[in-house]
Write a protein that binds this ligand. Structure first.
Ligand code: RNT
Ligand code: ZN
Length: 419
């Protein structure tokens, strides 16, 4: 009979030979909060009382059955999702997930419209993160925070302000800081004649949002850059250079750069950027995603780049300076399963990174023994990581192997397909 525990004991000894304490690694791993994006649950739809199509250059493909129709259904899906993700969790909401009785426009949303979410989070002792939704709205067609039309831009500035206040409410209710991520898709299909003015307006809008909410407490603000979106291929106002410069020039501890793994040129990788960013920044917000040929937001995989990102963060000593959030959406497969697969892979990559022979490697590296570094690194690639992972999951009640997959298939039969 196979025993996860017995297998783990052997693995533990294996790791010890490389100077790695598996118990310590699991403890550290548990403490890294993963902010679960609510929008995988319903294809970035939300529950506003006026239907707007998904815009902002985003696209969710697929029409798998079982999509939640209400926030309550989304929350029950999230309860299932969280059960199979070990470690500390937060829920990452978007402004469109408001629950107002009647239609409330983006510039008028208030904490009370998110009370049910806050109650629910408090009940579970988890934190909440937040995102202004600067897209999927009739006024987002020609830019938002960078819009040339003053009325439109004012509307979105009011939205940003409202969202920071809701962030403070989440902080007050949960006792945990709320990370508010600002992302605008503002840009254009063709190269605009004037590439500067929209950026100056975007800069001014962010300045005003922060100036007018300077009293807000318990909120950390990510500024997310992007390369392009569908229909916005040639120009993005909030490009990487713009967002990084904004954050650097602002010199405020609560304003940080958001790095989404799908938001760079196809041959660029976040793992290779981190060392340079952390030479100047104290912390970052990470959006873990998986771009396939473009910023496709595929379910996070336990792939080389995801692993490399967390290995780098651990080596830099910056894992605890990184707000880890997931960001992907796939509607072509069971949404709950997709959610869990990506989340478990994110946690898995964190654990794997904490189980690298870094002490041994740095000793060898200080002797300038590059051959030794390469040889150890390569040899270590076949370490029995899966045995530790299974044990880690079981200990957390998150199940291992295909057990959790069967559970979710059951949930599909019992709940999702009846919707
Ligand atoms: C879009 C950005 C952004 C969104 C969410 C829904 O490319 O990654 O983070 O995915 O805000
Ligand atoms: Zn993102």
């Amino acid at each position: 009979m196979y025993s996860t525990e017995k297998a783990y004991k052997q693995a533990k000894e294996y790791y010890k030979r490389f100077g790695i304490d598996t118990e310590k690694a699991m403890k550290l791993c548990d403490k890294v909060p993963i902010s679960i994006h609510c929008w995988q649950g319903d294809d970035v739809g939300g529950f506003e009382k006026s239907a707007s199509d998904l815009t902002g250059g985003l696209q969710v493909t697929g029409n798998y059955p079982g999509k939640p129709r209400t926030a309550d259904e989304l929350r029950s899906d999230l309860d299932v999702v969280m059960k199979y993700l070990p470690g500390v969790k937060k829920i990452n909401l978007h402004a469109i997930y408001q629950e107002a009785e009647e239609f409330v426009d983006r510039d008028a949303i208030k904490p009370e419209h998110f009370k049910k979410w806050a109650d629910w989070a408090v009940d579970r002792n988890i934190g909440l993160d937040f995102n202004p939704t600067y897209f999927s709205h009739p006024l987002s067609e020609n830019g938002t925070l960078s819009a040339a039309n003053d009325e439109v831009r004012e509307f979105w500035i009011r939205h940003g302000i409202a969202c920071r206040r809701i962030g403070q409410y989440f902080y007050e209710r949960t006792g945990k800081p709320c990370v508010v991520n600002h992302w605008t898709s503002d840009g254009s299909k063709e190269i605009p004649h004037d590439t500067l003015s929209p950026r100056l307006r975007l800069k001014d809008s962010y300045d005003r949002i922060f100036a007018e909410t300077a009293d807000v407490k318990g909120v950390i603000d990510g500024i997310e850059s992007k390369l392009f979106g569908i229909g916005l291929e040639s120009y993005t106002a909030g490009s990487f250079e713009f967002c990084l410069s904004y954050v650097i020039n602002k010199r405020k501890n609560h304003i940080i750069l958001t790095m989404d793994t799908g938001h760079y040129h196809p041959t660029e990788v976040v793992s290779a950027k981190l060392g340079a960013i952390f030479a100047f920044q104290k912390s970052i917000l990470l959006h873990v995603s998986r771009p396939v040929r473009w910023d496709s937001d595929h379910v996070v995989s336990f792939d080389d780049e995801t692993r490399a990102i967390f290995e780098e963060l651990v080596k830099l000593g910056k894992l605890n300076n990184t707000y880890v959030a997931t960001d992907y959406f796939d509607a072509s497969i069971n949404r709950v399963m997709a959610w869990v697969v990506g989340l478990r892979n994110t946690r898995k990559a964190i654990l794997a990174a904490l189980l690298q022979p870094n002490e041994m490697l740095s000793k060898v590296a200080t002797r300038n023994d590059n051959t030794g570094v390469l040889a150890i690194r390569e040899e270590f690639k076949s370490a029995p990581f899966g045995l530790v992972w299974d044990y880690y999951c079981e200990k957390a009640g998150a199940k291992s192997g295909i057990e959790w997959i069967n559970d979710i298939k059951q949930y599909e039969q019992d709940v999702l397909l009846k919707r």
